[in-house]
Design a protein around this ligand. Structure first.
Ligand code: HEM
Length: 137
C-alpha cells in the first residue's frame, strides 16, 4: 500500500487525473486560465495586446501543459524548456519571478474547475511540481 502510494506520487498520477477531469469539464480552458492570470496580475494583460487572435496565449498554454505532462512522465524536456523559456521571457518584458507563476495559475484554475473533486492527493502533487518549477525558473 505504502509502495503503491509512493509510486503514484512519483509518477504524478494525481496531476494527470486532475488534468483529465478538467478536460472533461472544459474542452478549452484557455479563457478561464487567462482570466485567472489577469485577475491575479492585471499589469500583465498589456503584454498581450499584439496577440489579437489569441494565438500566442493558446501556444503558451499548450507549451505549459506539455511541460507539466513531460515532467510527471519521462521528464526529458520540461527542465530545459522551462529554463530557456524563462530567459526568453525576460525579452518579452515578463517581470522577474513571474514566469513560473503561470503554472500556479494553471493549478489554481484547475482546482477551481474541479471544485470538490480536487483531492488532497492532487493538491500535494501539484504543490511538489510547482516547487520544482519555481526552482528551475
Ligand atoms: C505569467 C507568466 C508569463 C507571461 C506574462 C508570459 C508572457 C508572454 C508574452 C507576452 C509572449 C509573447 C511574446 C511576443 O511574441 O512578443 C509569450 C510568448 C510565449 N510564451 Fe509566455 N509568458 C509567461 C509564462 C510562460 C510559460 C510558463 C510558458 C511555457 C513553459 C510560456 C510559453 C510561451 C511560448 C511558447 C510563447 C510563444 C508563443 C508563440 O509565439 O506562438 N510562457 N509569453
Amino acid at each position: 500500500m505504502l509502495v503503491g502510494s509512493l509510486l503514484m506520487s512519483a509518477t504524478g498520477t494525481h496531476i494527470l487525473e486532475s488534468l483529465s477531469l478538467w478536460g472533461e469539464l472544459q474542452s478549452d480552458p484557455t479563457k478561464m486560465v487567462y482570466a485567472e492570470l489577469f485577475r491575479c496580475y492585471p499589469e500583465l494583460e498589456s503584454l498581450f495586446v499584439m496577440d489579437t487572435d489569441g494565438g500566442v496565449r493558446g501556444s503558451m498554454l499548450q507549451q505549459a501543459f506539455e511541460c507539466i505532462v513531460d515532467y510527471v512522465g519521462d521528464n526529458e524536456l520540461a527542465s530545459s524548456l522551462i529554463t530557456t523559456s524563462r530567459i526568453l521571457h525576460e525579452g518579452y518584458g515578463v517581470p522577474d519571478g513571474i514566469f513560473a507563476e503561470f503554472f500556479v495559475v494553471i493549478y489554481r484554475t484547475c482546482r477551481l474547475a474541479l471544485a470538490q473533486d480536487f483531492t488532497d492527493a492532487m493538491e500535494s502533487e501539484w504543490n511538489e511540481l510547482l516547487k520544482a518549477f519555481k526552482g528551475l525558473s
